[in-house]
Design a protein around this ligand. Sequence first.
Ligand code: DGY
Length: 322
Amino acid sequence: MGRPYVFITRKLPDDIVAPLYDKYDVNMWPHEHLVVPRDVLLQEASRAEALITMLSDRIDEELLKQSPKLRVVANVAVGYDNIDVEAATKRGIIVCNTPDVLTETTADLTFALLLATARRLIEAAEFIKEGKWKSWSPLLLAGTDVHHKTIGIVGMGKIGQAVAHRAKGFHMRVLYYNRSRNMEAERTLGAMYCSFDELLEQADFVVCLAPLTNETYQLFNREAFMKMKRSAMFINAGRGAVVDEEALYDALINRHIAGAGLDVFAQEPIRSDHPLLQLPNVVALPHIGSATKETRYAMMQLCCRNVIAVLEGKKPYTPVQS
Ligand code: DGY
């Protein structure tokens, strides 16, 4: 019997994947910035016992049914909406993600995005570099305060809780809406559970950290944006498809809300001529929530450890429960 075959769908650093090369036959897609084409992915998966995947790879029924040897899919992300977990589980294939290691880093970025949107940091940075600064002026690039305002967090998992923790440091009132109550956030941070509508009506900053599921798909629709305060800002560091982007655009252009900070989009990468990207009150980032070297290394390492555990017949560290 040959060594198990492992396919990695993106070029990862050599020192991270070295433990896999020691034990298995490993093939790694050689590009760091190019998504593996679907036909290559299907072909590779058909002979692999393990896949290390990115959130840009669709691991669906079509792929799974052509991959008879597959035992584990380790996704380099905490979100796993790119994977049909139910179909994998039915076939006895274990799906793993990367929770915990990215919590604080993603919360940092989420709060940075909130601050950048509120205080117009990107506009201001472009303004000075473009030589537009002529004098100090009373209302030059005046934004909106963050401290002592109300933050409404939709999706109070670990990252939501870490964002709430940061908000507390800014003396913010913390509201949240979640599938179930987060008693720890309530006890330790004074976060207040409320309905989705109450949150929309009261929050100065509505922060979406919800995973993409059938229930959350386009949760932020036209009606949701209409319920927000006209002075409120919408921050999304969860998943783009949780938002109806046309409705968001209309809400921004019609001044039903004051601004948006977006790290995620329904289509990624978003086209540079997308209407949302043309608005000055939109801060847009290319899905970098967990993108620090330390955290991305930790995520990749965890994926390798999960693969090794499953291929050695042991329990994976961070399996996704279907
Ligand atoms: C995740 O882990 O799901 C993030 O969106 C990727 O940074």
